[in-house]
Design a protein around this ligand. Sequence first.
Ligand code: HEM
Length: 391
Amino acid sequence: MPVTECPVYDVDLYSDEVLRQPYQHYRALRDLGAAVWLPRNGLYAVGRFEHVRAALRSPVLFSSAQGVAANDHVNEMSKGTTLASDAPLHDRLRAIIAAPLLPRALEQIGPEIRAEARRLVEDLVSRGRFDAVTDLAQHLPLTIVSKLVGLEDYGRGSMLRWASATFNVLGAMNDRGCAAMTDVQEMRHYLGGSGIRERLRPGSWGERIFEAADRGEVEAERCPVLMRDYLGPSLDTTIFATANLILLLGTYPDQWDLVRKDPALIPGAINEALRLESPIRGFTRHLTDNATIGDVTVPNASRVLLLYASANRDERKWEDPERFDVCRRASDHLGFGNGTHMCAGLHLARLEMTALLEVLVEKVRHFDIGKPVLALNNVLRGLVSLPVRVS
Ligand code: HEM
């Protein structure tokens, strides 16, 4: 039960209505208090930048070991993954999956990603019109990640369905979450099936996980779990971030002009888009003791939702937070999280997005944006379609 002084917000944060227009609700939460009780979801929510970041930097008190979902079933199921573990297990798992995602390791695949981005953008620009989600944003994550993980036979359709389901079940177990369970089970079955190792390309990231098990660095039964760490969080996140970026650059042509004239602004534009339209709205933590969040005391064993997307628009931290400003110093946004669980794939995501923008600045003067179609997902914010005409 909430302590008496904790403000209450009687809105289901996972309803369609909130998913369609979340930002007014995030603002209401921030204005209500540092931590707010959500009776419809049985969670506390934290939406101010300062407190979200402090919680992410206190992984002992704000534990991930009991899961980071907003429902008990998935929290139970996901225990012991990189995302849902604390030190020392977390550090051991993370060292294995993060190795090929570190900047130096990515240098080897940079040229291939850039070449593929150039080929793709030149082709799309020559067509004049395309869908910024299905034609542009999906291409690199789908082709590159499946190849790097070593599962090229992986059906394109299944991969996207599974990735989106992975995030839907991390929210509330509402109709959307329940419907996604079938896809999640299918993915677990595929990756956990016998013969998966034989299907992996030699030298791939997947193969490296099994080699780590051969060396005794990780238990063999954890190998499928670690492969899920590559597939689940790497697709829709990057796809949504890329399409959100195109939507913003098309909506604010003055900002696109700035980037075109000075491509050194590309990293800033990517950060600013991740700040303003964060693909992952938030994950939960489980308290291992009473926690003082601002002036609110939240009791031990509570589940607390840390809203990265709200923190990234907190007017206490950002000046004029609703404005898309590619010159803003936004590198400390929480779109990739923060602290010990900060996104392990952020360098790859940045590499993919940068590679696309580097060619777009050369080839596109203007994006004429059509009607975007929103993807309704319990945890992700992004688009399923964004028609674009370029000139
Ligand atoms: C723009 C794209 C991306 C965004 C916005 C994003 C966002 C995030 C966030 C917010 C977290 C923190 C989770 C937490 O606080 O508990 C995270 C963790 C993680 N991400 Fe990403 N991600 C992206 C791309 C990727 C890619 C491309 C990969 C893999 C190839 C990846 C792999 C992971 C993994 C393995 C974790 C768990 C890290 C840990 O628990 O130590 N992500 N991501």
